[in-house]
Ligand binder design. Structure first.
Ligand SMILES: Nc1ncnc2c1ncn2[C@@H]1O[C@H](COP(=O)(O)OP(=O)(O)O)[C@@H](O)[C@H]1O
Ligand SMILES: [Mg+2]
Length: 261
């Protein structure tokens, strides 16, 4: 089994603040991880290392077999797909949906003089279909619903055929219908053995798609617990991670949590 991420004692310090504190985490091919933790726990920072946007202040981080700090980060980046609200904000509302996906092949947003191959067009259209937004290919990105935008962004992140896909709070801001549509799309992705390794950040156990296999609980920059969902996502672990008394329930393949008081 190939190791996709291998972090040993990874710390990130900024001035006096330790954002990540000796994080050790191994992710293997075929796994689908959820990253849970309170606001400010360090989840987005951890994804920045996993996407080769940042290297550790100390410790060692291997991404797709390459040690960060010893490899040109620009070479690794196309092999890791990322979606986040920050990236979405950089997409112009006037851009067509198909171009939002197509331009990913060139690691840029905004269409300008690039020559797109027929194969790229086919792939972009196929990805939009998979995420249920194929009919919207010619629309301006700015006219889509929040849910349609999220699914378009995931299609975009998959355009380069990455080996690893990082999703930073993809369900944030969606209404119930939008959330459930997104979860259905992510479930399909999670179940497809050809999909990249997935890492999804959320605050809400209700947003864990069916088919996800592992969870890492981050608290104040430290790994509180990590491993298979079935054994690690317990009321005790979640309560300790979020610093409050929580009841965790499993309903078939979905989860919920609420205050235990
Ligand atoms: N460049 C930075 N300099 C100083 N502090 C930072 C920097 N980036 C993030 N932080 C802080 O690190 C902590 C973790 O941030 P982040 O990884 O965004 O957490 P999360 O995604 O879990 O909410 C927060 O307290 C945040 O304010
Ligand atoms: Mg964050």
């Amino acid at each position: 089994m190939d190791v996709v991420l291998d972090f040993q004692d990874v710390s990130i310090r900024r001035g006096p603040k330790t954002i990540l504190d000796r994080v050790s985490w191994t992710v293997a091919e075929g796994e689908r991880w959820v990253l849970l933790g309170r606001n400010g726990a360090g989840k987005t920072t951890l994804l920045q290392i996993a996407s080769a946007r940042m290297h550790p202040s100390s410790g060692t981080a291997y991404v797709l077999g390459h040690r960060l700090g010893a490899v040109d980060l620009f070479e690794l980046r196309p092999r890791v797909g990322v979606t986040s609200a920050a990236l979405a904000d950089r997409i112009a509302g006037s851009e067509s949906v198909i171009d939002v996906v197509l331009t990913a092949a060139y690691g840029m947003t905004g269409r300008w003089r690039e020559q797109y191959e027929a194969l790229d067009h086919e792939r972009a259209r196929a990805l939009l279909e998979v995420f249920g937004v194929g009919d919207l290919a010619e629309r301006h990105f700015g006219t889509l619903s929040e849910g349609e935008r999220k699914r378009t962004q995931i299609a975009r992140a998959l355009m380069t055929d990455p080996e690893l896909l990082l999703l930073d709070e993809p369900a944030a801001g969606l209404d119930l219908g939008g959330r459930e549509e997104l979860l259905a799309a992510l479930t399909e992705l999670a179940r497809d053995p050809r999909s990249p390794v997935l890492v999804l950040v959320t605050h809400h156990v209700e947003e864990i798609p069916v088919g996800f296999t592992h969870v890492l609980l981050l608290r104040d920059g430290q790994v509180h617990a990590a491993g298979p969902l079935d054994t690690v996502l317990t009321a005790q672990n979640l309560s300790e991670c979020f610093g409050m008394d929580l009841v965790v329930e499993r309903h078939g393949d979905r989860w919920s949590a609420r205050s235990g008081r």
